[in-house]
Design a protein around this ligand. Structure first.
Ligand code: ATP
Ligand code: MG
Length: 351
């Protein structure tokens, strides 16, 4: 198959891990006889430096036309002044909104070889396999913001249509997994959460084969630590999803391990590691490329429909996590390149 993929390496470790991800996609293309064409563009701080804007029109146009977008990370101390007229993160929010990618998928698995890195030192970590589906283009992040001298307001708004589409996506994904959806809200306090809950209940009737459970977000924060093995698909609104998925990332042992996919109705999706630009280690060649590499597996699966190729990448990564080499964040001493080379060698074995 032919696919046109836009890369947005961004800032900090973004370019290092994106280069590793592209190398993996090149290897997949060679093994399975696909033709992936890559086109690189600017986003974030480097885009501000070059053009004055965090998401230049050329980048956005290219992303809209692509079959998929692979992003590294944006931001860093150079652009972190909260009073600056433009900030790198605005580029990412604008991109998500413009692409209409309302469903952010964040799978969480705990690899047995890395269980000792997790804060949970017991058998609770066995069989943890959760897929978070976070609503990405609504809620407090996108509502009206006002500020006077002594008052600030962040409007949190959801429409029925916004809740329906992300809920449907979560149930469809659950059908391909263990057929269990946990919807997280704060329906005892928030009006948006009451609309969320009734809408989720109604959509659930379209999926009689999938079991639905509701949890309040405060309980869920606790249950993720006490019974993480109980959950299959967890669907929630933007802010709750942001917080819960960072909590979940801690269970895996390192931010450097977890990928994400952001999907809408259009064919193109946005794929990125969940970690940030990691300025403390940028440019040293020591960033863990696993999160970016696993993001390519999600790209192959969700945007290109290449399930076998996606599984090959995931199996290769699992091998390397099992037998090493490991980067420093997961207790090893290897660099990005050594881990990438090991993954490429494992792809040769599996493909
Ligand atoms: P952002 O605000 O962009 O989300 P952040 O402040 O949450 O960023 P990160 O940039 O993700 O944080 O970094 C948090 C910590 O995790 C840092 O110490 C960083 O070095 C480490 N880290 C993040 N990504 C990786 C990676 N791929 N490999 C190794 N360490 C990483
Ligand atoms: Mg962060």
């Amino acid at each position: 198959m032919r696919a046109h993929i836009v890369t947005l390496p961004g800032d900090g470790v973004g370019p290092e891990v994106t280069a590793a991800a592209v190398a993996v996609l090149d290897a997949v293309a060679a093994h399975y006889d696909h033709h992936f064409h890559f086109e690189e563009h600017l986003i974030g701080g480097c885009a501000i430096d070059a053009t004055g804007e965090p998401l230049p029109p050329a980048s956005l146009d290219a992303c809209k036309a692509a079959d998929a977008v692979l992003l590294g990370a944006v931001g860093g101390p150079k652009w972190s002044d909260p009073n600056a007229p433009v900030r790198p993160e605005q580029g990412l929010l604008a991109l998500r909104a413009a692409l209409g990618v309302y469903a952010n998928l964040r799978p969480l698995q705990v690899h047995p070889a890395l269980a000792e890195l997790s804060p949970l030192k017991n058998d609770k970590l066995k069989n943890v396999d959760v897929l978070f589906v976070r609503e990405l283009t609504g809620g407090a992040y996108f509502g009206a913001k006002t500020r006077t001298i002594d008052t600030a307001i962040d409007e949190c708004k959801y429409t029925v249509a916004e809740v329906e589409r992300v809920t449907r996506r979560a149930f469809q994904l659950a059908r391909e997994r263990r057929k269990h959806v946990t919807s997280v809200d704060k329906a005892n306090v928030l009006e948006t959460s009451r609309l969320w809950r009734t809408t989720v209940q109604r959509v659930a009737q379209e999926f009689p084969d999938v079991k639905l459970e509701h949890q309040l977000v405060d309980s869920m924060a606790m249950l993720l630590l006490t019974q993480p093995g109980k959950y299959d698909v967890v669907v929630t609104e933007n802010l709750f999803g942001d917080i819960l998925t960072d909590e979940a990332a801690a269970l895996a042992g390192s931010l450097g391990l977890l990928p994400s996919a952001s999907l809408g109705e259009a064919k193109g999706g946005l794929y990125e590691p969940i970690h940030g630009s990691a300025p403390d280690i940028a440019g040293q060649g020591v960033a863990n490329p696993v999160a970016a590499i696993l993001s390519t597996a999600m790209l192959l699966r969700h945007s290109l429909g290449l399930e076998e190729e996606a599984s090959t990448v995931e199996a290769a990564v699992a091998d390397v996590l099992e037998r090493g080499p490991h980067t420093r964040d997961i207790g090893g001493s290897a660099g990005t390149k050594e881990v990438l080379d090991a993954v490429l060698a494992a792809i040769d074995e599996h493909a």
